[in-house]
Design a protein. Sequence first.
Length: 132
Amino acid sequence: MSQPQKQVDILVLDDDVDLLSSVADLLVECGYRVKAFADADSAIEFAMGQSFALGLFDYRLGSLKNGLDVVEKMQALGCKSTYVMITADVEQATQMRAVHLKLFEFMRKPVQPEKLLETVQRALEHVNRVAA
């Protein structure tokens, strides 16, 4: 008896360490295995050697890279993961780039925990449908 959706890895990327910790803790409490990173380069380095079903990224990362840059790099490296972007950025160019990169969801901050969990569940169900 397996629970595949509760055994997936979720990579969380946010430069706000407090927010990163609270999101990671929430996901772990729900039974997910989580890898959390506060910087883009560490997340990319992890992705080169590991697989994960879902990337949950903040857009603004306080570095030269933003969340969409990280998605683009990971896709170029061959990561077949699904991505959800969380941002306060509402610029149309950012949203169009997200569509071009085929993000599963582009969520606007602030995100309520229930909405985040519901989106994660839908994204993982999507991953399972595509893998079937």
